[in-house]
Design a protein around this ligand. Structure first.
Ligand code: ASP
Length: 429
């Protein structure tokens, strides 16, 4: 019965994706119709899916991490699980970013015919940069450190800052585990609260097909599939091939290496989460679905999934890291600047850090890319306002949503693979 329901839901989400794409491409949106961000399709998608999922994110993160940590119990084991998880996050992000840098340097999508290059470059002065004020690497790291040492967990909850909540939840989880008999009631209460939220998640998940339909129709309608063949096509092709290689070859291999599990069977088990990621462009909004799919279909242990997935949705972003590297090198190429090895290394390091700093929300990677541009600029000229203006990001804003769909899916897939690997270290007893 349960399996039949899951299959039906999967089918409906897929239907939502396909119908949404078709409606966006051929339906309401015709060439020349200008559509702003408040289009009714986007509003409807927000109301039906994004807002209910967002409602669950903060309590879900809090209780899943507390339940996960307090159940792991033994601090030595926790240390092992924690360090293995962080190692996994950084190693896979680094592989993704190196893959992206290699592909973009090899394919050179920014070396276009001079007239096309000129047209694209001009669009950067016309379009507004997405970034607002340019963040430096130092200030963005200080920002992350401040979040890691929270002063008021309620303010973090109100402002939707997951890192502070995770740190607090880890601390409380440790204390609950250390308390033994005295804290047993609280431990059980937290586990019970987590189960209740997961039941809510299972209800909200039934809204996914409708929400995905609206959101995908909005994205495709605004951008159109023809952009894939336009002058930015090579750039998009480079990002997408990197994402496919990472998602379909690298991560499956890593999974197989550490668990000997069948990678594509696991990918199939995680399909609802992957499709929701494509539909919502947000790994945080997808988190409830990811946890549900990982535990109920992917056979990940609660202990691993409750800890690895919430943390991963916040800091582990393979797709974003890869995308940032490709995008920045592409923009430099467009402005006639070929980066040498030392600058490419700066791209690799800063794109990884910028991806860690990106929130799991739509277009976050586009904003934190400013950090990478600033770092390369300053290595070229000694100041962060070097040869590539930050406003150049305007060139790629138009096609960002489509790329966001796929990089978010790779981000979520990376988290799921991590949860499966860590399940080996921390199985449920
Ligand atoms: N949308 C991505 C995510 O939520 C972040 C990004 O913009 O790359 O995972």
């Amino acid at each position: 019965m349960k399996k039949r329901r899951t299959n039906l839901l999967t089918f409906l989400i897929l239907l939502g994706l396909v119908l949404g794409a078709l409606y966006g491409e051929f339906g309401l949106f015709q060439a020349g119709v200008s559509i702003d961000d408040d289009h009714w399709l986007k509003q409807a998608g927000d109301l039906v899916l994004i807002r209910p999922l967002k409602l669950l994110i903060i309590p879900l993160i809090l209780f899943s991490v507390i339940a996960g940590i307090s159940n792991i119990g033994d601090p030595a084991k926790l240390g092992l699980v924690g360090s293995a998880t962080l190692l996994y996050y950084f190693a896979t992000m680094l592989i993704a970013v190196i893959l992206g840098t290699t592909l973009v340097s090899w394919i050179q999508p920014g070396i276009l015919a001079p007239e096309v290059q000129e047209i694209l470059r001009q669009s950067s002065s016309v379009m507004q940069s997405a970034s607002g004020d340019a963040q430096t690497l130092g200030s963005s790291w200080m920002n992350i450190l401040h979040q890691l040492v929270p002063t008021n967990v309620f303010s973090d909850m109100v402002n939707g800052r997951p890192l502070g909540i995770i740190v607090f939840a880890i601390a409380i989880g440790l204390a609950l585990a250390a308390g033994g008999e005295k804290t047993k009631v609280a431990r059980d209460a937290c586990s019970g609260a987590f189960e209740a939220i997961m039941i809510l998640v299972q209800w909200v998940i039934w809204l996914t097909p409708i929400g995905v339909f609206f959101l995908v129709a909005w994205t495709v309608g605004r951008i159109g599939f023809n952009s894939i063949t336009g002058p930015l096509g090579m750039y998009m092709g480079t990002v997408l091939s990197g994402l496919f290689i990472h998602g379909l070859i690298v991560l499956p291999f890593v999974l197989w290496l550490f668990t000997r599990a069948h990678p594509f069977r696991f990918m199939w088990q995680m399909k609802r989460a992957l499709m929701t990621a494509i539909g919502t462009d947000s790994s945080s909004a997808t988190l409830p679905v990811t946890i549900d799919a990982a535990e109920n279909e992917g056979n990940c242990s609660k202990r691993a999934a409750n800890f690895v997935l919430p943390l991963g949705a916040t800091i582990n972003m393979d797709g974003t890291a890869l995308y940032e590297a490709v995008a920045v090198v592409f923009l430099f190429q467009l402005f006639g600047i070929e980066l040498d090895m030392s600058q490419l290394i700066i791209v690799v390091i800063t794109a990884t850090l910028a991806a860690v700093g990106a929130a799991g929300i739509p277009s976050a990677g586009l904003v934190t890319m400013v950090i990478v541009i600033g770092a390369v600029n300053s290595s070229l000229t000694g100041t962060s306002s070097g040869p590539l203006p930050v406003a150049a990001i305007g060139i790629i804003i138009g096609v960002d949503r489509i790329l966001d769909m796929f990089r978010t899916a790779v981000n979520v897939w990376g988290d799921a693979v991590g949860a499966k690997i860590i399940t080996k270290l921390a199985p449920d007893e």
